[in-house]
Design a protein around this ligand. Structure first.
Ligand code: IPM
Ligand code: MG
Length: 362
């Protein structure tokens, strides 16, 4: 059955990197029999400029009707003066909430070819392969009450609230335990249970869910220590599971262990395995429009989409192997360049991946 993919290029470098993903999907459809149809819509600042909303209803409706959504990136300085409710980021948060994408999978894998690109010593990061499972539709990002209110004294007070129900914690923990079962069978749950009652509950529920996964070794870590351990000895981790906010922060740190945030894909899934796929980097307004952005995180996001939402793991492997081949050839975008490699632009990198896919099949 033909699967529907909604393409949301977004802002900044989003359209450039997504163009490479579209080329890739077209190639898989034309040459490898992948049965998909694609549609494109606006989100983020581009949507705000077009119709005054970062998430037009039409875009959310198309997303709901799709089997998977591919998103580039949203945001940029142009929209920073807007109130939070109208900012491009609200488009992203609205998609996550609207589609119920509570499980965010953020792998951090160091390609051996890029060991030199990490700011950490090669022995600390070589062979790194961790998976951060971030809760994505709850916690302080969405908790009520929220806002800025004016007190009787005239002083203003800003409020955000950290809330999790047991069922929200339970379902994300299950996703993390399942991921651990498919990997190294070790799960570290990250909380701040020494200070925050909400995450004391998190820990209790994680332990309870763990009883269903006796093969998985469950450990717990406070988030400050986890941040430290990630840069001290990251290879001690297999799968990490944590709240929305902690996961936001830890996944940026984990990404940088691999040398460039430009390499890492992500998947955000709901209970039906419908998903939104995006590179974990942002819209990089400083290099937008220059044709130098690294498209590999987006191409690897397509691979995750094929694996998790489109049940086509053979195509996912094609992409992942092609990316590795291209790195072997010494091709690099500026963000991952090192002495002795050849620096190429966005489109040339995308073309090289297609070539490698075709060559592998020839
Ligand atoms: C991310 C981003 C988003 C988040 C922003 C753009 C809203 O940092 O996906 O990690 O905080 O979740
Ligand atoms: Mg983030």
């Amino acid at each position: 059955m033909t699967k529907k993919i909604l393409i949301l290029p977004g802002d900044g470098i989003g359209p450039e990197i997504v163009a490479e993903a579209v080329k890739l999907l077209d190639c898989l459809r034309a040459d490898f029999g992948l049965e998909i149809e694609t549609e494109t819509a606006l989100v983020g600042g581009a949507a705000y400029d077009d119709c005054g909303s970062p998430l037009p209803e039409s875009t959310l409706d198309l997303a709901k009707a799709a089997d998977a959504v591919l998103l580039g990136a949203v945001g940029g300085p142009k929209w920073e003066p807007l109130e939070i409710a109208l900012r491009p980021e609200k488009g992203l948060l609205g998609l996550r909430a609207g589609l119920g994408l509570f499980a965010n999978l953020r792998p951090a894998i160091l390609y051996p070819q890029l060991a030199e690109a990490s700011t950490l010593k090669p022995e600390v990061v070589s062979g790194l392969d961790i998976m951060i499972v971030r809760e994505l539709t709850g916690g302080i990002y969405f908790g009520q009450p929220r806002g800025v209110e004016t007190l009787a004294s005239g002083e203003r007070r800003g409020i955000n609230t950290l809330v999790y129900t047991e069922s929200e914690i339970e379902r994300i923990c299950r996703v993390a335990f399942e991921a651990a079962m498919r990997r190294g069978k070790r799960l570290c749950s990250v909380d701040k249970a020494n200070v925050l009652e909400c995450t004391e509950l998190w820990r209790e529920v994680a332990i309870r869910v763990g009883r269903d996964y006796p093969e998985v070794e469950l450990s717990h870590m406070y988030v400050d220590n986890a941040a430290m351990q990630l840069v001290r000895a990251p290879k001690q981790f297999d799968v990490m599971v944590t709240t929305n906010m902690f996961g936001d922060i830890l996944s940026d740190a984990a990404a940088m262990l691999t040398g460039s945030i430009g390499m890492l894909p992500s998947a955000s899934l709901n209970a039906d395995n419908q998903g939104m796929y995006e590179p974990i980097h942002g819209s990089a307004p400083d290099i937008a429009g220059k044709g130098v952005a690294n498209p590999l995180a987006t191409l690897l996001s397509v691979a995750m989409m094929l694996r998790y939402s489109l049940a086509a793991p053979e195509h996912a492997e094609r992409i992942e192997q092609a990316v590795s081949k291209v790195l072997d050839r010494g091709l690099r975008t500026g963000d991952i360049a090192s002495p002795g490699t050849e620096t190429v632009g966005t489109a040339a990198m995308g073309d090289a991946v297609l070539e490698a896919i075709r060559a592998a099949a020839a």
